[in-house]
Design a binder for this molecule. Structure first.
Ligand code: GAF
Length: 385
């Protein structure tokens, strides 16, 4: 009953075929892929410098392509929602001036990434360097240090540059979680990301008795565009009223003491964030101990808080979560991501997966799509066939 999805080699083969069709039989020179993610817990905490616990998915975007000698860019994409491949052509400003967003809107993601790759703001970082190349021995120790650092920065840069692309070219003031886990996802692990220091701790999640079920509600409410920036602004206002740099530095005691200076909505939004940051740290500890019941309970608390305090859930997501929680063998379930539609994530015993999907299908008023997933690798270069 779960939807099957193409493997990475199948996607590469499809992309190579389309490339040949569009570009007169030519073969591409490079192939890369980057995964999607599901967030297990820690919602709307990333832009408050808190904790998140996502994992990279085996569902990936593959890009194949080649360099050309002209400054023109052509991108062709084949997606399920369109009968024909879609194409965009644009030129890169020779003088390095900005590449503004425009139409079609899907191409803005590509343009945004190009823009920020060309002028990448390098984030702060910590690094350790060890080398077996003798210094000053004529064996290129300095070149090896330079190249090692360039490669390291290339690893750090994409997440921040892609987040900036989303801000400037898609108009969404998102946090760092999605791009970070798409770059650094680790097979068999969720990632506990500290969104202040950008330190990530892999948490093992490869128990064969356990399943991570994603259920797509197949609804997207139009509210999603306007409400996200409003939530973010409220959090910033709350932090400033509390005299903190971000809600990461606030405690429930701070919030209670400032209650008469916060209006009710701001108080509830801030309370969700402060408690969700704590829940996410606790959930990562529970996962490390294999305490799935405790983890599941935290997922449910997270969902209830997103529904009642942060108000980013919707009827469809609430239905999916309630239905999942009625099945024996389910540890926990919650909405995942920004909200107002999209998916839920459910942690359950492997033997309960079929009856859970059946039960959800019976109880849900819409048409759900299911994905049984495992934590997967982050973005990587691929070998072409
Ligand atoms: C969206 C955003 F892109 C993320 O940065 C994050 O804020 C998430 O909503 C909510 O946790 O996916």
């Amino acid at each position: 009953m779960a939807s099957s999805f193409p493997s990475v080699p199948e996607l590469v083969a499809a992309a190579v075929h389309l490339y040949g069709q569009v570009f007169g039989g030519e073969a591409p020179q490079k192939a890369v892929c980057a995964p999607g993610r599901v967030n297990l817990i820690g919602e709307h905490t990333d832009y408050n410098q808190g904790f998140v616990l996502p994992m990279a998915l085996p569902l990936v975007t593959v890009v194949v392509g080649s360099r050309t000698s002209s400054p023109g860019v052509t991108v062709v994409t084949a997606t399920e929602d369109a009968d024909e491949p879609r194409r965009v052509d644009f030129s890169l400003p020779a003088d390095g001036s900005p590449l503004p967003p425009g139409s079609p809107s899907w191409a803005n993601y590509v343009k945004g990434v190009i823009q920020h790759y060309r002028a990448p703001p390098v984030p702060g970082f910590r690094a350790v360097v060890v080398s077996s190349v003798p210094l000053g021995g004529g064996l290129s120790s300095s070149a090896s240090l330079e190249v090692a650092f360039y490669t390291f920065l290339q690893q750090l840069k994409p997440a921040v540059a892609c987040q900036k692309a989303e801000h400037t070219h898609a108009g969404v003031p998102c946090g760092i979680m999605d791009q970070f886990v798409s770059v650094f996802g680790r097979e068999g692990h969720a990632l506990l990301i500290d969104c202040r220091s950008l330190e990530a701790t892999p948490v093992p999640l490869a128990d064969p008795g356990l399943v991570i079920l994603i259920t797509n509600s197949n609804v997207k409410h139009s509210l999603s565009g306007s409400e996200y920036p409003m939530r973010r602004r409220r959090c910033e206002e709350a932090a400033s009223i509390l005299g903190k740099d971000s809600l990461r530095d606030a405690t429930m005691k701070d919030l209670e003491e400032a209650r008469d200076r916060l209006d009710d909505v701001t108080y509830r939004r801030a309370r969700h964030v402060v408690e969700e940051i704590g829940r996410t740290a606790q959930a990562a500890e529970a996962l490390k101990r294999g305490a799935y019941e405790a983890f599941g309970q935290l997922m449910v608390e997270s969902h209830n808080s997103l529904r009642d305090l942060y108000e980013v859930s919707c009827r469809e997501l609430d239905q999916l979560v309630s239905a999942a929680l009625e099945v024996e063998g389910v540890f926990g379930s919650r909405m995942t991501g920004g909200g107002f539609g999209g998916c839920t994530v459910t942690l359950l015993q492997a033997h309960a997966v079929d009856r859970t999907m059946l039960h959800i299908q019976e109880r849900y008023s819409g048409t759900p799509t299911f994905y049984v997933t495992t934590p997967s690798e982050g973005a990587r270069a691929l070998r072409l066939p």
